[in-house]
Ligand binder design. Structure first.
Ligand code: GDP
Ligand code: IMO
Ligand code: MG
Length: 427
């Protein structure tokens, strides 16, 4: 059974936690999109310090699992090496169980610089990116002539000349567009590439061939989405999105595997909504309710530490994400965070200029102005973090889950009641 795990909101739904859990019965775990803008938190047991993974697939904590960084990923080698070093200091040695696609594009220093300069120059209109160089790296991928791929690390002489030309062009662009007076040095960047080649070279391979081989041998493959459907470049709340296809549609382009290789699409949501960065968020609660959720759920970015914006569960958004991703079933995280709220609201529809909206709007400007229609359910007070079974949960908590299941018309297979690997109830 091959499974794709994908976020159905604006990221940080708890994908890392569910991938870590499901990787127990997977042979291969694959990241297919995004880069070090992602932050996937994994906690093996509730007493242990968490692991924050940015590029490594969340199956990496299991020795026998083959982990693959596929072609769709924007690879920041510096972050990857830091992550590997951190795992090693915590007793987890990664070696033969990690493979990197030669087709993956490399994030370079000039991408991060461009990301920062662009955001600074946009002022109020900024996207609120993670400044990890993601947009500029994918732009160069589309541009082709200015792109650097992981496989280029295997031919350093060619790369040296290529970098010289690219860096010269980037420096001219930074000076012209942003009056930048600190040009980057291509020799310095090349030296970095040499070190990356030494450390990562042996892991670089054709992962498309590897994955097709695994599929034909009947191995179990788990595809790990990054970000969420509403941050997808084509299908999200454009322009307040990331620069890759972070919904389930990115899987084929990002791996070279056909969609029919996947038996089950598992969508991950939180029991409420969050968003980091700018952009429309119809059910946002910029008030004491949002503040309560942020504090209780520790809603601060895994990658940037920024406070996440919080709001009620929005079934209009999630229903759209289910449709785009062909989602079969759902994992609902953070139900424990809802305890202590007097009422729990669910957004069930939008009105735009007084009229009912019948499909998720494509324009950010429209989404910015819609008014949410809510259904209100009773809250619960109990601490549910120790629950072992869905039936043990207080009636209002069960009712909330069952009502969401009814509206979304998909089974909610997993319910999260805490950060730890074991704090997931299976239904
Ligand atoms: P991802 O990007 O989708 O992998 O999610 P993140 O790791 O960025 O953010 C999810 C946060 O919620 C992390 O801090 C997780 O440890 C935490 N988390 C996940 N599931 C649950 C849950 O059911 N309850 C609580 N309280 N925390 C959870
Ligand atoms: P995971 O995988 C939440 C958001 C940024 C910003 C927008 C564009 O942990 O769910 P970018 O740096 O990609 O150009 O920023 O996308 N964003 C995320 N938000 N979780 C993520 O990843 C995100 N990755 C990018 O905050 O609004
Ligand atoms: Mg995250």
């Amino acid at each position: 059974m091959n499974i794709c795990v994908v976020g159905l909101q604006w990221g940080d739904e708890g994908k890392g936690k569910i991938v870590d859990l499901l990787s127990e019965s997977a042979d291969v775990v694959v990241r297919y999109s995004g880069g070090a803008n992602a932050g996937h938190t994994v906690q093996r047991d509730s007493r242990e310090k968490t692991f924050a993974l940015h590029l490594l697939p969340s199956g990496i904590l299991r020795e026998k699992t083959m982990c693959v960084i596929a072609n769709g990923v924007a690879l920041d080698s510096e972050v990857l090496l830091e992550e590997l070093a951190e795992l090693e200091t915590r007793g987890i040695k990664v070696g033969d169980n990690l493979r990197i696609s030669g087709r993956a594009h490399l994030v370079m220093d000039y991408h991060k610089k461009q990301d920062r300069l662009s955001e600074e120059s946009l002022g109020k209109a900024k996207i609120g990116t993670t400044i990890r160089g993601i947009g500029p790296c994918y732009s160069d991928k589309a541009m082709r002539s200015t792109a650097v791929r992981a496989a280029d690390l295997l031919d350093l002489d060619r790369l040296k000349e290529k970098l010289r030309v690219i860096v010269e062009g980037k420096n001219k662009m930074f000076a012209a567009l942003y009056q930048d007076s600190e040009p980057l040095k291509s020799e310095y960047l090349f030296e970095k590439c040499r070190l990356w080649a030494e450390a990562l070279g042996p892991m670089i391979t054709d992962t498309t061939a590897l994955l097709h081989g695994a599929w034909s041998q009947g191995k179990r493959i788990l595809f790990e989405g990054a970000q969420g459907t509403l941050l997808d470049l084509d299908h999200g709340t454009f322009p307040y999105v990331t620069s890759s296809n972070s919904s389930a549609v990115g899987l084929s382009a990002g791996t070279g595997m056909p969609a029919k290789a996947v038996d089950r699409f598992l969508g991950v949501v939180k029991a409420y909504s969050t968003r980091v960065g700018a952009g429309p968020f119809p059910s946002e609660q910029d008030n004491e309710i949002g503040e309560y959720i942020r504090k209780k759920g520790h809603e601060y970015g895994t990658t940037t530490g920024r406070p996440r914006r919080c709001g009620w569960f929005d079934t209009v958004c999630v229903d759209y994400s289910i449709k785009v991703g062909g989602i079969d079933e759902i994992a609902l995280q953070h139900l424990d965070t809802m305890s202590g709220l007097k009422e729990m609201k669910i957004c069930t529809g939008y009105r735009y200029k007084g009229k009912k909206v019948d499909f998720f709007p494509a324009e950010a400007e429209v989404l910015q102005q819609v008014e949410c229609e809510y259904e209100s359910l009773d809250g619960f007070e109990e601490d549910i973090t120790q629950a072992m079974d869905f039936a043990e949960l207080p009636a209002p908590a069960r009712k909330y889950v069952e009502r969401l299941e009814e509206i979304l018309a998909r089974p909610i297979r997993y319910v999260g009641v805490g950060r730890g690997r074991q704090q997931t109830l299976t239904r």
